[in-house]
Write a protein that binds this ligand. Structure first.
Ligand code: SF4
Ligand code: SF4
Length: 174
């Protein structure tokens, strides 16, 4: 389904947590007793993780917000990104509704709550469909692309602050 030139299908951010990457929030580094550390300026405050917690912290998604951004007007449909993607999550195909598209992806999208990224129409009237569920954000597609149609961009979220005239909230590429 062409959803208007590169927007996401439904699903909440928390639903996007994959099976392999833990969606845990940050683990707090244990502290020594505050009363004891306040009495002794040389006493170490942060005790560090034990092995089990360190392992969990290393497994969780750091949510770096670096995204693969696709610009359809730059794509020459050379398939270089399809060749290099280690996860087979990029598919160039004719358009269709979501159920139909899911059945024609190079790597079948099993999680129906997970977004599909669908580009606007390309020169051949095909579309680029990307399964966000399996994308590693490794950036190989952007490195390989000869035209810059794939780019890795970091997004910042600016929130409105009380008592100011800032915009409600928006995202922008860094
Ligand atoms: S970032 Fe990596 S895994 Fe994701 S589409 Fe590009 S090559 Fe594939
Ligand atoms: S490598 Fe770039 S130009 Fe080639 S098909 Fe992929 S996005 Fe399009």
């Amino acid at each position: 389904m062409n959803n208007g030139g590169g927007r996401f299908f439904k699903s909440s951010p928390r639903q996007r947590a994959s099976i392999e990457i833990a969606g845990d929030t940050r683990y707090k580094v244990p502290w020594a007793d505050v009363k004891a550390t306040l009495k002794n300026v040389k006493m170490e405050v942060e005790l560090g993780f034990d092995v089990a917690t360190a392992w969990k912290e290393a497994q969780r998604c750091l949510n770096c917000d670096v995204q693969t951004v696709f610009t359809d007007r730059l794509c020459i449909e050379c398939d270089a990104c399809v060749d290099i993607c280690p996860m087979d999550c990029i598919t160039f195909t004719t358009n269709g509704d979501e159920k139909d598209l899911r059945s024609r992806l190079n790597a079948p999208a099993k999680d129906m709550t997970q977004d599909l990224y669908v580009s606007g129409p390309l020169k051949t009237q095909r579309v680029m469909v990307k399964d966000e569920d399996v994308c590693l954000h490794c950036g190989l597609c952007a490195e390989r692309c000869p035209t810059g149609a794939w780019d890795m961009q970091k997004y910042l979220i600016e929130m409105a602050l009380p008592g100011t005239n800032t915009l409600p909230y928006h995202k922008k590429a860094a």
